[in-house]
Design a protein. Sequence first.
Length: 319
Amino acid sequence: MYYNCIYSYVYRERIKTGASVCEILEQVQNGKVSEATDQGIKSLVGVYREDKKMIDKTAIIHPTAKIADDAIIGPYVVIGENVTIGHRTRVISNAHIEFAEIGDDCTISPFATIGSEPQDLGYKGEETKVVIGDGTIIKENVTIHRAAACGDFTTRIGKKCLLMVGSHVAHNCVLADEVILANLVTLGGHVHVGFGAFVGGMSVFHQNIRIGDMAIISGFSASRQDILPYSKGEGRPPVPRGLNVIAMKRRGVSQEVRTATNEAFKLLISEEYNTTQAIEKIKAEIPMNEYIEKMIEFIKTSKRGVLLKSHKSGHESLE
């Protein structure tokens, strides 16, 4: 209650006056703010340190951690070595963070674990990390593991992502901006998730697959193959059932482009043509645009194959 009281007051004052967090707290401590209650002032004893940062007295902070002056660190948070936390980011109670760079305006919810060792038997303690972009929200019990010693040694989460309760991002995964993982989604190592993709709850994905831009995947799905950009996938595996027209419309894609992309999409998933034939027909008959080109390039560069056909053929591909 104490922390909610003072946090709410500080943010209200920031909006109303434009003052910094430090300036508002100094006014409260000096007794210049009549609106702050005695209870609120007492709560500041635990959160306002000499370095003028909002850090709860029960938090454990490694000396190498770099925390922005206006970040908020709640009760019983543990921040280990090699951590950077950006401006206005809130780390709520009981979170654990190490070997991570967290951007501005993020929210880290209770019991989230960020930057712990990867579940990779080849990992020998190399210095790797997690990078999280600005404005991302990490909900309760999310786990994000730092990278194994390969690639660029980094697990990456883009800007304005939402990782819902209990989702897991394994080592060396890369999530583009504005990705949403619903509750209990599990990504194996090295999974790449494209811009604006939405993954339904309790879905599971094999290491090294790719989920394309703006794809939407139903809950309880599982896949060992890549998911086509802009597709609506359903089932185990989540073969495409249609084009994610709503997402494209929300992103400002014109009706003309959506129509052409949908025609190309229907050819790619048609049982009448194999993938090579479908691509040839698309190039011959449909006006090309950046979305069609991206789908074709996605298919051509796939290392694990792309789910395109029926549930039957999809199940056969997994055996």
